[in-house]
Ligand binder design. Sequence first.
Ligand code: SF4
Length: 205
Amino acid sequence: MKKKSAGSGIPVVECFYSLQGEGFHEGWPAFFIRLAGCRNACPFCDTKESWSEDGYPCFSPEELMRQVLDAGAVACVLTGGEPMLHDLTGLCRCLKASGIELWLETSGSEPLTGQWDWVCLSPKKGIPVRPEYYIRANELKVVVGKEEDLAFAEAEAAKVGTGCLCYLQSEWSVSAKKMPMIIDYVLRHPRWKVSVQMHKFLNVR
Ligand code: SF4
């Protein structure tokens, strides 16, 4: 299916300035732009409100850039939904021109657009990842809800480059129960690191 042009603006669920709570940039301040739209329908999705684009306001790259600069941010996370449902070439160009570092969070299900300083690939079981993401990923983050998900994580890790950082993150709803299993797995398989969703423990967005 054709990627949506950003010509009439990009639909945005929410924007906020906070701490990156997961993965390599955990604890770093960043401006989050959560885009609307996702076709993947993962059963464990914790942002189901972002699946549809209906009813969300659309912003131009310049309007979003102004919000990032007004917040005083130096880094920006594009997330969703699936942000790559939209052509983000223009938005990336605009933010880069202002010296903003750009971090992408994606399932890898849609064609890659834009220029990124950091790509976090978070593949979902049953959703094919486009090959360019395995080459481009700086970070692989696999959400684990049950033991079988570890085999999926290993299969995905076999496809990324050797320099790609690999994180296992517990599904938040089962985090207390599953974290010991994940810690034990990481201790025995040191290619992996644990990602803990620090922002939920700190009760920040
Ligand atoms: S890809 Fe992400 S936003 Fe889309 S359904 Fe899956 S978890 Fe939710």
